[in-house]
Ligand binder design. Sequence first.
Ligand SMILES: [Zn+2]
Length: 249
Amino acid sequence: MAATVTRVAHACALLDFDGQAVLTDPWFSEKPGYYRGEPLAWTPATLPRLSAVVASHDHYDHYDVGAFSAYPDKAVPFIVKRGMADKARRAGFTNVTEAEPWEQVTIDGLQVTAAPARHGVPEITFVIQGAGKTIFFGADTLKIPGLDEVPRRFPAIDAALLPVNGLRIRPAFNRQVVMTAEEAGEYCAVLRPTVAVPIHYAFTAGRLRDRLFLKYDGTPERFQRAVARQAPGTQVRVLAPGEPLTLGD
Ligand SMILES: [Zn+2]
């Protein structure tokens, strides 16, 4: 039994558990202030059949239900943070479940567990299990003490997708809202995943908006160095959109 991790773009990824595919944080369209900065590996129309979709928080670059409503199967199980379901239902999705940390949803042999997060708006992360594999999806959370509970409940994580761009909001006194590459490295020492895949780093708001509103503090290369230093048991794989990573036995 094997699982495959493939990034779609940004924090949107396709996790395949022996043929059961789970899509994370759907983001398929750009608009002023929201640019992927990397190619899009799939569109909603070209995606494989999905067994589930998870969405961590209601930011456009993680919960683009407008564009994702082009996905044909509106009955796909859709698991979101509490308070987000209405928006997906208005976009036509009929099987939406809201979750808070440690609530679990079982779908056809897949187990989705919500986990803690902290960001600019209410957020959850996810532990997704299937085909004997366990994957942690870190969305774009800060590194918070609550996340230390994940390895206590899930001591064997095969892969972790972790944000690394350390985003700060300039007009909010440079408030940090996403973990930095080094913090993601520190979290690998806690989580001890076999493989770590950096996500959430190519995004840009555009030159002017970046200068006015945002600050970035982290790259995949910095994450690689941090993990080598702080969590040498974890292997880092930097994946281009569409490049599959197979988690073997
Ligand atoms: Zn966000």
